[in-house]
Design a protein around this ligand. Sequence first.
Ligand code: NAD
Ligand code: FES
Length: 276
Amino acid sequence: MKYKITRKEALNLEDFLVEVEAPLVAKKFKPGQFLILRIHEKGERIPLTITDCDPKKGLVSMIIKAVGKTTSELSKLDKGDLLTDIVGPLGNPSKIEKFGTVVCVGGGTGIACLYPIVKALKAHGNHVVTIIGARSKDKLVWEDEIKEICDELIVTTDDGSYGYKGVVTKPLEKILKSKAVDKVIAIGPMIMMKFVAKTTEPHGVKTVVSLNTIMIDGTGMCGGCRVFIDGKMKFTCIDGPEFDGHKVNFDELMNRLSMFKGKEKQAMKHYERGTK
Ligand code: NAD
Ligand code: FES
């Protein structure tokens, strides 16, 4: 079975939306879960957080940043093109219940991954404040979609080209000092999630982060997605992707992920030159 792309839309120079016909994945999807796809037989398997889902039409969508070989290849596909395989939904769904006031923090491409979680939190009667941050205005994704479903939206840009100037932890700190927050959920670059957890820790606010690690099988077999939580090894694909942000060993994880940067660059070079 192949999976047809039903919509493809560039959101800015790097980020794009891909909607795919995958009825079984759409039927079972719950907020917080992800899928693993391969573009073609010889393709790399990449994990992608599901951004939106239409179970009636059998569609799932993802927002992706074209940073490496596979995501760049994917960005060149269009409506009607076929993907070789999709496995999912994978991972544990987000724990959704009535917590009270929840602050959702999204950074860069990770902003869009918050969408189904914010929607579900609202449906369970929470007051949801969302902080979204990008490097600059042109890199901000899904602001309107998120604004429509949350109670309060705060936007930051690192360069001050839109919203508040600075990173997402600045308004987060302000909120934590000014009102009672029952839970924080963060999705974005690893470094952002590390600092969100550092910001909430002194306030004793339970903080959940969604880890986006390298994955191969997505079923607990290869160990490629291992992370250390409170000193114990866990697999992001079957134990996560969400973990208690105060217990994640971010430094070990970022260090290990950086070891693959050289190989990723090399693969990208070959791809650009058309030599592989
Ligand atoms: P980015 O580097 O542009 O950063 C986005 C925002 O994160 C910044 O604008 C800032 O507000 C915040 N941030 C960055 N460094 C920070 C720090 N030290 N302290 C506080 N806040 C900080 O993001 P990008 O280039 O769009 O990258 C998106 C990242 O999100 C990728 O690394 C991708 O792997 C990750 N992602 C994760 C998931 C997931 O499920 N966890 C899903 C999609 C994307
Ligand atoms: Fe292989 Fe998680 S991806 S164990």
